[in-house]
Design a protein around this ligand. Structure first.
Ligand SMILES: [Zn+2]
Length: 634
């Protein structure tokens, strides 16, 4: 019950995210008994039943709308079905709010002190015949008018008997397929997903001597998917050691990496305080070969880093007292950007990536940003403020519109900050000093603290005096060439160059990639200025690049290049040929049933990004990416 005590007793810590609604003074009724049942996995349905204590009179219930970590009001309310509210077997009428689709109103009759709420939620993206993942926010209504940390839920999960499971929730009882967890506040419940399945492995990756346990929990659709090599297990144990050596703290009781390795579920990760909901982009093949693993290796380090940066320390306004109030994304360049920087660094320090892989990845991203024409009109800060727009926007024209650049550009920004600290302090200090000071307080606590822009500036100044406000302001609000995108790379003793030699990360993306940001496809943005799907669909063009000027646009499909039927190999052969001949490329494309030949003037040859050493300069990347001696082993 430690976690209950923390959440209920120390809400005052969240001072800068104050102003909880006036109703917070009144205790909510409770606890709510919530049962989620997965009766027949093949039907991919969760059955929800809540017994909610109530008082007679008007009652408003919410379905979670703003899901922490999603940075968007994307609670899947459109999927919910079968909502029925009863008291003593009698139906109570409900009606949806006319304005807010996540809000339900009803009147509790006199004499009624509890209601039954039932509905179904189809989760085809999280359930297969062999496994499931449950994020509790899809399967519960909660009381309006009270902070979620004051609403106690008593969760029960019913899964097929014989399936094994993992969660940061503490089990109170387990019989057959019925698991009863200890009661938790609603915000902790939403922060504590469960994975379960027929093919399951739990591996303790706690470093020797530590009383705080970290578990790697794997679930897949077959025994092969969860077959993780011993060398990888050792890498994940080193990840825990290196994370500890970096932050000198932890913000969980125990920690669970909940890793789903399925070809049928959704992909990606969602961070939590005491666990991460990790869904391998490579599905069942994550551990199968080097290319797949390269694309997935940074997932767990990223989500684990969020336990410190994002969950424990959170930008003010990204924390809200309930899931109804709008989050504000201004701080995502810290929340996500610094997590990419530190998470990828730890991916190398743990052995999951080599330093060369890190350089391939960063070269690829730096090149994409150096060609991100949309930065001419849209400053980085607008991608954070408008995060809820950019997460969902189409890839078409994304070069000119911009994407969720606070991730990859955030990585370059924090590399620049790290290098500035190192240079100004004559190598005596680094971003690690900031990481320890900023994220290392309240060791053992997972009560969120919030911070402002000024708090970040002050914390940086405490490590190394400098005009951090000026540097950050210029970077975040600057447009086009005002932003010194490559300054961190260059200060680290490396340069971004382009050659006709393929980039290994790009190759892996083209061969097996599945991610949405850096997805499968053919990237010729730095040559003719096009990003293509594998079937020749134009996904994006470089704004005012060679292909754009020739009239090509997203949505078209390439038919031929210089009279030869389109294929990736053909396009690249013709780009090489055009460099030799100096003649334009004749690219035939069709859209909406009409075909046309476009004359593309480009003779610069193939261009792939790489980082190369600047002769005579100190190699700081070597220092940044080198593992630290294991810390105090907590
Ligand atoms: Zn993240």
């Amino acid at each position: 019950m430690t976690r209950l005590k923390w959440f209920l007793a120390t809400g005052a810590l969240m001072a800068s995210a104050c102003c909880i609604a006036s109703t917070s003074a009144k205790a909510p009724p409770g606890p709510v008994a919530l049962t989620v049942q997965l009766s027949r996995p093949s039907q991919q349905l969760f059955d929800v039943h809540e017994v909610m204590p109530v008082r007679p009179g008007p009652l408003t219930l919410y379905y979670p709308k703003w899901i922490p970590g999603d940075h968007a009001p994307d609670g899947p309310i459109d999927q919910m079905m079968g909502l029925e509210i009863t008291a003593g077997g009698k139906r109570i009428a409900w009606h949806r709010d006319d304005v807010d689709m996540f809000t339900f109103h009803l009147t509790v009759p006199q004499g009624v002190d509890r209601i039954d709420v039932r509905f179904q939620f189809p989760a085809s993206d999280r359930i297969t015949p062999h496994l499931m993942g449950l994020a509790w926010n899809v399967a519960a209504l909660y009381y309006a008018g009270y902070p979620t940390k004051a609403q106690i839920f008593q969760p029960t999960l019913v899964i097929p008997a014989g399936w094994r499971y993992a969660s940061a929730l503490v089990t109170a009882g387990h019989s057959g397929g019925t698991i009863t967890f200890k009661p938790v506040p609603f915000n902790t419940l939403v922060d504590s997903p469960v994975i379960a399945g027929e093919y399951f492995r739990e591996i303790d990756v706690t470093p020797a001597g530590s009383p705080v346990h970290r578990y790697l929990d794997l679930v897949g659709d077959g025994v092969a998917a969860v077959n993780i090599p011993d060398a990888r297990i050792a890498d994940y144990r080193r990840l825990v050691e290196q994370e500890q050596a970096l932050f000198h703290s932890h913000h969980y009781d125990d920690y669970h990496f909940l890793l789903t390795l399925s070809d049928y579920t959704s992909k990606g990760g969602l961070e939590h305080h005491q666990s991460s909901d990790d869904r391998a982009r490579s599905g069942a093949k994550m551990f199968a070969d080097a290319d797949h693993f390269m694309l997935d290796a940074s997932l767990l380090p990223h989500e684990y880093t969020h336990s410190w940066n994002g969950k424990f320390m959170r930008p003010a306004q990204l924390w809200q007292p309930d899931f109804e109030r709008a989050e504000q994304g201004w701080g995502l360049w810290v929340y996500e950007g610094l997590t990419v920087y530190l998470g990828d660094m730890l991916t190398v320090r743990s052995g999951l990536w080599s330093p060369d892989t890190w350089r391939q990845v960063v070269a690829y991203r730096a090149a994409a940003l150096a060609h991100q024409t949309g930065s001419a009109w849209r400053p980085l800060i607008d991608t954070t403020v408008g995060a809820q727009l950019v997460y969902g926007s189409t890839e078409r024209w994304s070069n000119w519109r911009r994407q969720t650049d606070f991730y990859r550009e955030g990585q370059l920004l924090w590399l620049a900050v790290d290098m500035k600290i190192r240079t100004l302090s004559q190598d005596r200090r680094s971003i690690e000093d900031f990481a320890q000071k900023f994220f290392g307080r309240d060791d053992g606590s997972f009560v969120t603290r919030t911070y402002t822009f000024d708090d970040v500036v002050n914390a940086l100044n405490a490590v190394q005096p400098y005009d951090w406000a000026g540097l950050l302001h210029d970077w975040l609000n600057g447009v086009g060439r005002q932003v010194p995108l490559l300054s961190g790379i260059e200060a680290s003793g490396w340069r971004l160059v382009y050659s006709d030699q393929p980039n290994r990360y790009q190759n892996a993306l083209e061969n097996v990639g599945q991610g949405e940001l850096e997805g499968k496809g053919v990237n010729e943005m730095y040559s003719v200025g096009m990003f293509l799907g594998n079937g020749g669909e134009v996904v994006d063009v470089l704004w005012h690049g060679p292909a754009f000027e020739a009239g090509l646009a997203p949505g078209m499909k390439l038919i031929s290049v210089n009279g030869r039927q389109y294929g990736t190999r053909v396009l690249r052969e013709e780009i090489i040929q055009a460099q030799k001949s100096g003649k334009p490329l004749l690219i035939k494309a069709q859209i909406d049933g009409a075909a046309k030949v476009h004359t593309v003037h480009y003779d610069g040859g193939l261009k792939y990004p790489h980082l190369v050493r600047a002769p005579g300069e100190t190699d700081y990347l070597e220092k940044i990416l080198a593992p630290k001696p294991p810390g105090d082993g907590r």
